[in-house]
Design a protein around this ligand. Structure first.
Ligand code: 5GP
Ligand code: MG
Length: 181
């Protein structure tokens, strides 16, 4: 089992790049099927930093006309979600009347997505959907329906594939889970 050390923590590989690619393709297939023949190009809105790798992977598998833009919000420090959006940068595109598909790396408590949803609604889009690479179903207790989920994972801290531990590990092509000592 491949293990790595980042700062004070040891992680072991839990989802390989090949498994991620398979899940991303399956998700893209669903999104493509749902948007077949749609005549209003949706706007994908990727949430930085964590979703950058997933967004790049997903968008090249989308086969209908679409736009992509990026927003940044800070709601997470270290190992636990603080549960509130403290910063939201980059909503420069006009969102009025647009069909938006948010691209997220992971939904944990859902607090981040709930706040982002509230912020987006103030811009009067026509619709908002979400595509998330990962979901921790044991933690997520919100009513908000999650439209597209590539993979479900246990309630454990992970890094890699865009996700960080104190800024490190985003470059890892696979996903690693923290090891309990
Ligand atoms: P939520 O607000 O849904 O609790 O958390 C969402 C955000 O917390 C994600 O966008 C991500 O930045 C961060 N997050 C949640 N779980 C993990 C995790 O296991 N590892 C990392 N690196 N970040 C996580
Ligand atoms: Mg995120």
């Amino acid at each position: 089992m491949k293990t790595i050390k980042i700062l004070d923590k040891e992680f072991c590989i839990s989802i390989t790049e090949a498994q991620i690619n398979e899940a991303v393709q399956a998700l893209a297939n669903k999104i493509n099927a749902d948007h077949k023949g749609c005549d209003e190009p949706p706007l994908f809105l990727a949430v930085l930093n964590g979703a950058f790798m997933f967004a790049a992977n997903l968008i090249k598998r989308i086969d209908f006309p679409c736009e992509i833009s990026f927003v940044k919000l800070a709601s997470y420090h270290g190992e636990r979600s603080s549960g509130k959006v403290t910063e939201l940068i980059g909503i420069s595109d006009a969102l009025v009347g647009r069909n938006i598909i948010v691209i997220e790396d992971i939904v944990d408590t859902g607090n981040t997505y709930e706040s982002l949803m509230a912020t987006l609604q103030r811009h009067h889009p026509k619709s908002v959907k979400i595509a998330t690479l990962l979901l921790k179903p044991e933690v997520y207790k919100k009513q908000q329906h999650l439209n597209y989920v590539a993979m479900e994972i246990p309630n454990e801290f992970i890094v890699g594939y865009g996700l960080d531990y104190n800024g490190l590990g985003r470059n890892l092509p696979d996903i690693y889970t923290v090891m309990k000592n």
